[in-house]
Design a protein around this ligand. Structure first.
Ligand code: PGA
Length: 249
């Protein structure tokens, strides 16, 4: 999944990037590819996709409300109308802007109620030797999933994105090691198993985000054993993003 954040500057550039990515995608569906541009470019993504199933369309946030007096907000139903199938929820940049765990949980519920897939971001600010970061991530997972029915877990993805690994926008920051990533995948899966039981928990895909690029993707996928990636900076370069997709399958 490519998280474009607040890029690119102009709609024409967004269109070119989506076209370039579409053109380079394998013609058979070997991976679930999702592009999450800013809200205002979603209609362009829908237009370029025009019925092809080569990629899915994602949004970077959603309102926790359904409709009404909420200035500046966009509902899950509105996103669905624009052919959005995936919604990033609780990205650390949104949490840093004041989004609470309760809001994240409400957003997960409204998203899944519209039959969209919630891609919930969790991740610690820093690591410590006492393992407090594990408690932190466990709490984020538990709070985001509160009240969810087991039967809805097909519509849940957890993106482990340690804040210290998120790049300044170029996809070239410090990356978690494949080993760190593997440990966290197991830890998150265990947390989900404690909540929902083993077979239901295994339906949840666990992906990694934080400075993923063509150089580190293969090791993160094979040794980190994650189910996919949430890619920021590198998803703004069609060649890099396509390479990551190739290396991931
Ligand atoms: P990055 O961003 O790949 O540029 O580190 C990832 C993200 O924040 O989703």
């Amino acid at each position: 999944m490519g998280n474009w954040k607040m890029n690119p500057q102009a709609q024409s550039q967004a269109k070119t990037l989506i076209r370039d990515i579409k053109r380079g995608l394998p013609k058979r569906n070997v991976a679930d590819v999702v592009l999450a541009p800013p809200f205002v470019y979603l209609p362009v993504a829908k237009e370029v996709r025009s019925g092809s199933k080569l990629f899915n369309i994602g949004a970077q946030d959603v309102s926790s409300e359904k409709l009404g007096p909420f200035t500046g907000e966009i509902s899950a139903g509105m996103l669905k109308e624009l052919s959005v199938s995936h919604v990033i929820i609780g990205h650390s940049e949104r949490r840093a802007a004041g989004e609470t765990a309760e809001e994240v949980n409400k957003k997960v519920h409204v998203t899944i109620k519209e039959s969209l897939t919630a891609v919930v971001c969790v991740g610690e600010r820093k690591r410590d030797h006492r393992g407090e970061y594990l408690v932190f991530v466990e709490n984020q997972v538990r709070k985001a999933c509160a009240g969810l029915a087991k039967t809805k877990l097909d519509n849940l993805v957890i993106a482990y994105e340690p804040i210290w690994a998120i790049s300044k926008g170029d996809g070239k920051g410090q990356t978690a090691t494949p080993e760190d990533t593997h440990h966290m995948k197991i830890f998150i899966q265990k947390t989900l198993t404690d909540i929902f039981g083993r077979s239901a928990a295994h339906k949840v895909k666990i992906i990694y985000g934080g400075s993923v690029n063509p150089k580190n993707a293969e090791a993160l996928m094979k040794e980190g054993m994650v189910d996919g990636f949430l890619v920021g900076g590198a998803s703004l370069r069609a060649g890099d993003f396509l390479k990551i997709i190739q290396l991931s399958v």
